[in-house]
Design a protein around this ligand. Structure first.
Ligand code: NAP
Length: 317
């Protein structure tokens, strides 16, 4: 099987590539080149979000790749996400249509609720919309054919359970922070038992997150965290297989049956992150890697504090 065709089958039969290109913090200029380099290297999944402010540029790159005959629309898997204001009551369908217009697409392959906590447009007010109401809106856009699959991001098990209990379109995918130092076994077990596929974000430990700037130019405070790319056990497995530490961290997740969307705007790292299909990390090596027992959430999503749908409220106690 060629790397481009390695997929995970969602509960509705849709096939999702195991490896995609992440694009958070990729500027419009950077992302055009990154998407082109990625697709030419074999990537078929691109992960974006309205909140990344690069959907238009990604749409341009996709259009050019199709015009150049590099790839067909049907071979691509485009994921985008609705931000907190777009999951507020009555907002989702027009939000998805806006994303589709920017991406120059008739449908996306996966549409995610970026968060479980709705807010107003400038996030100055929390909106107490229960996840059931949010999920009914996802059910509607799926049934309208605007997306081939629907899912959630940063939702906890209980919230996903409440969406599933509605008995409408099931949650097809859960995208969560998941990496060696935040292994999320409980969440993965829960999702597997409910036939929900899982995508890991920050698989490399998101080393670039500390440079993130809010739209007003302010920087966020990030808790200091050890670098997984320098973990002694990761380095030792990398040496054994003649691969890089990044490739070992990515494979650690893929070998647990989880999709990955590493972000890079550097062509050689984009290729490196896709060149992971000639080795695997065994269950014994996964155990060994996890021996450090470090468990550190990097993305605390503090803006949810006090919201009735704060997904991480239990962890904050
Ligand atoms: P990540 O993929 O773990 O790390 C990306 C960082 O690592 C960038 O700074 C990148 O720099 C660097 N990098 C990439 N490949 C590398 C390699 N082979 N060796 C060393 N460094 C490397 O973190 P992320 O961007 O936070 O997460 C991945 C994607 O998940 C995002 O881009 C986004 O699409 C998604 N995401 C979703 C959420 C959510 O709430 N749903 C949150 C965060 C992220 P260069 O670009 O310079 O290579």
């Amino acid at each position: 099987m060629s790397p481009s065709t390695q997929t995970i089958t969602l509960s509705n039969g849709v096939k999702m590539p195991v490896v995609g290109l992440g694009t958070w913090q990729s500027s419009p200029e950077e992302v055009i080149a990154a998407v082109k380099a990625a697709v030419k290297s074999g990537y078929r999944l691109i992960d974006t979000a309205s909140g990344y402010h690069n959907e238009e540029a990604i749409g341009t790159a996709i259009k050019q790749l199709i015009e150049e005959g590099v790839v067909k629309r049907d071979d691509l898997f485009i994921t985008t996400k609705a931000w907190t204001n777009q999951i507020a009551p009555g907002k989702l369908e027009s939000a998805l249509k806006e994303s589709l217009q920017k991406l120059q697409l008739e449908y996306v392959n996966l549409y995610l609720a970026h968060m479980p906590a709705a807010t107003n447009d400038d996030m100055s007010q929390q909106i107490a919309s229960p996840v059931e109401d949010i999920w009914r809106q996802f059910d509607a856009v799926y049934k309208a054919g605007l997306t081939k699959a629907v899912g959630v991001s940063n939702w906890n098990n209980e919230q996903i359970g409440r969406a599933l209990a509605l008995g409408v379109t099931p949650v097809h995918n859960s995208q969560v922070e998941l990496h060696l130092y935040f292994s999320q076994h409980d969440h993965v077990d829960f999702c597997k038992s409910h036939n929900v596929s899982v995508t890991s974000y920050a698989t490399l430990g998101s080393p670039g997150r500390v440079n993130f700037k809010l739209p007003n130019g302010a920087k966020l405070e990030w808790a200091p965290a050890p670098s997984e790319l320098q973990d002694a056990k990761v380095l030792s497995i990398a040496k054994k297989y003649n691969k890089t530490p990044a490739q070992v961290l990515l494979r650690y997740v893929v070998d647990r049956g989880i999709a990955i969307i590493p972000k890079s705007v550097n062509e050689s790292r984009i290729k490196e992150n896709f060149d992971i299909f000639d080795f695997s990390v065994s269950p014994e090596e996964i155990k060994k890697l996890e021996e450090s027992k470090i468990s550190q959430r990097l993305f605390a999503q503090d803006f949810m504090i006090g919201h009735p749908e704060d997904a991480f409220a239990n962890e904050r106690k």
